[in-house]
Design a protein around this ligand. Structure first.
Ligand SMILES: Cc1cc2nc3c(=O)[nH]c(=O)nc-3n(C[C@H](O)[C@H](O)[C@H](O)COP(=O)(O)OP(=O)(O)OC[C@H]3O[C@@H](n4cnc5c(N)ncnc54)[C@H](O)[C@@H]3O)c2cc1C
Length: 564
């Protein structure tokens, strides 16, 4: 029998999204919890992220707006069931749809202030049966991190927005050079920032607000002992039952026992170059937005003890571009909305369009890699005309003025004519001309005859020009006024999407398909319950919080008890 330096009921590896929902549940069930976090910061990539949570049929939606049946219809139509993607199954998706809203009710009941993120952030394939054209996405209310006790404010991982701005407002502010309403939103946000400074607040939004609020709930309830700088190196088994883990304390091995279970919520492997080379050879750690400690430790540990990994080639793509300052940037330049705006398209290295540019970030990267199998497409090129450049934001540019460094660094390519531009990017000029003429013809007809961009999906309108009335006009616009511009598009990411296989109770499965005893996993450590599909905004954090909570319910023996 193993001997331990200390023992808790529930041992959580990593401080991701599911760690906190599971800890709150365990406290409710009267169990003791330790969260062992490898880095010196709390909150994982979740804290760095947009923090949006995709939960269909949630409490913030209007009565009758959604239902379990509608959500299941959507997931069944968008997610493929195939032996290639064993992380998903009809039962897994039903479990997610059934338990997700209950998890949210529970978390809100624990004092975590959440809200509807937006009334317009459609599902990413909203044209499919059951797809939602409003929003199934939730986020945390902006948070003053000084509300955290002691020095915890400094230990919360840095987020993407250090100001009291809702993501919806952020989208509007991007139109500031063209809209008085957007200027109004900006002015209100600026006033809140100033007020915050004067009153000694430190506002955070998005993922840092979510993990900050979750952390506050944990600390107030004394729901978990949280240990930073505590990397877990090993899972301790008794037969095939997890009974504890080996972490480090003061640089020495420290054995922590687990009475009822171990939950692996240790993130993905976005920063592990060796694993990328093995599973996702055309991608790079330098292109990833995953935090530095996302090194797939628990993927490798589960493999070592006889578990199964799946979908390891999948990642949540984030079309990016190496604009000046890209290297070392905390957030890499995103290109998703660029190709979806009027007066812009994306072409491969032969100068030909190959996808609906107004798709989800994940879909765009999948399309680029698929195209690259037959025609060089990595990098691809976003092609824009001067109308685009005057109207729309790109990289750190909000107004119409092109930053000096863009030309100096050679990142932005420019040509007085399309032919000149084609030469600068090494693309056959006649192909680019034909592609643009064809595109302009589609714009005249109001119908993208090749990829239906803007024709039937509300989400295209979300990515397009939201100052234009809903319809194809939000994303269709001719490329006809020089000078013409191009920037590269590469397949960056916001995390990986493959990992440990689990069942509907979040139990980690052995190679023979049966579960280990007392060993659970959630989040990006697992093979996504959505297979290779990203169905909507928040499809990483939503399942992580839900399956972490389910794991705790199962381990605590609460089964289907109503906890709200
Ligand atoms: C800029 C950006 C925006 C994004 N926006 C969204 C969004 O809005 N919605 C969404 O759903 N997804 C979003 N994503 C993706 C999403 O944030 C992540 O996929 C998700 O948060 C992963 O959560 P998790 O619970 O699996 O674990 P993480 O939040 O990644 O946490 C895992 C933790 O485990 C720790 N750890 C690792 N190894 C060990 C070990 N050996 N021992 C102990 N601890 C360990 C890590 O340090 C980390 O703190 C975004 C990502 C980025 C980068």
């Amino acid at each position: 029998m193993a001997e331990f330096d200390e023992t808790f009921d529930w041992v959580v590896v990593g401080s991701g999204a599911g760690s906190v929902s599971s800890a709150l549940l365990m406290k409710h069930a009267g169990k003791s919890v330790v969260i062992l976090e490898k880095s010196d910061k709390f909150g994982g990539t979740t804290a760095k992220s947009g923090g949006v949570i995709w939960i269909p049929n949630n409490r913030f939606m209007d009565p009758g707006e959604d239902s379990e049946e509608k959500a299941i219809t959507y997931l069944d139509s968008v997610v493929k069931d195939s032996p290639k993607f064993p992380g998903t199954s009809p039962q897994k998706r039903r479990t997610f749809v059934r338990e997700g809203p209950k998890m949210i009710d529970f978390v809100v009941g624990q004092g975590v202030a959440l809200e509807r993120c937006s009334r317009f952030w459609p599902d990413y394939y909203d044209e499919l049966p059951g797809g939602n054209k409003t929003s199934r996405t939730i986020s945390a209310v902006p948070f003053n991190k000084k509300e955290l006790p002691g020095d915890w404010a400094d230990k919360l991982r840095l987020g993407m927005l250090e100001m009291p701005v809702r993501l919806d407002d952020g989208m509007q502010i991007a139109n500031m050079n063209r809209s008085w309403a957007a200027r109004g939103v900006f002015a209100k946000t600026a006033a809140r920032v100033v007020m915050g400074k004067l009153t000694g607040k430190h506002w955070v939004s998005a993922g840092a607000a979510l993990q900050g609020r979750m952390l506050k709930a944990i600390l107030e309830k004394n729901a978990a002992d949280i240990r930073l700088n505590s990397p877990v190196k090993e899972i301790i088994l008794d037969g095939d039952k997890a009974v504890g883990v080996v972490t480090e304390k003061n640089g020495k091995p420290w054995r922590v026992g687990a009475n009822i279970g171990v939950l692996l919520n240790a993130g993905g492997f976005g920063q592990n170059a060796e694993m990328r080379a093995k599973y996702m050879p055309k991608t790079h750690t330098e292109w990833s937005n995953a935090i530095e400690s996302s090194t797939g430790d628990m993927h490798r540990e589960v493999e070592r003890i006889g578990g199964t990994l799946a979908h390891m080639d999948q990642f949540v793509g984030h079309p990016s571009s190496r604009s000046p300052g890209f290297e070392g940037a905390y957030l890499k330049t995103g290109m998703q909305g660029v190709g979806a705006k009027p007066h812009a398209i994306v072409v491969d290295q032969s100068g030909v369009r190959f996808m609906n540019e107004a798709s989800s970030y994940e879909q765009i990267c999948q399309d680029i890699l698929e195209r690259d199998e037959t025609v060089p497409a990595l990098p691809s090129w976003a092609i824009m005309d001067s109308q685009f450049m005057i109207k729309y934001p790109m990289a750190n540019k909000m107004g119409s003025r092109i930053p000096k460094g863009w030309r100096e660094s050679g990142w932005l390519k420019e040509g007085k004519t399309l032919e000149e531009l084609a030469e600068k990017i090494g693309v056959p000029a006649d192909n680019l001309r034909k592609t643009v003429d064809r595109w302009n013809g589609f714009v005249d007809a109001g119908l993208d005859g090749d990829f239906q961009r803007g024709n039937d999906r509300a989400y295209s309108g979300y990515l397009g020009d939201t100052l234009v009335p809903p319809g194809p006009g939000r994303t269709l616009g001719k490329i006809e006024k020089g000078p013409y511009y191009a920037v590269e598009v590469i397949t960056g990411d916001v995390d990986t999407y493959g990992g440990v296989l689990t069942d509907c109770d979040s139990r980690v499965l052995k190679a023979d398909g049966t579960p280990f005893g007392n060993l659970y996993a959630c989040g990006i450590t697992t093979a996504s319950p959505m297979g290779d599909v990203y169905p909507g905004a928040g499809a990483s954090i939503g399942p992580s919080m839900t399956f972490g909570w389910i794991a705790a319910k199962h381990a605590a023996g609460l089964g289907n008890q109503d906890l709200n």
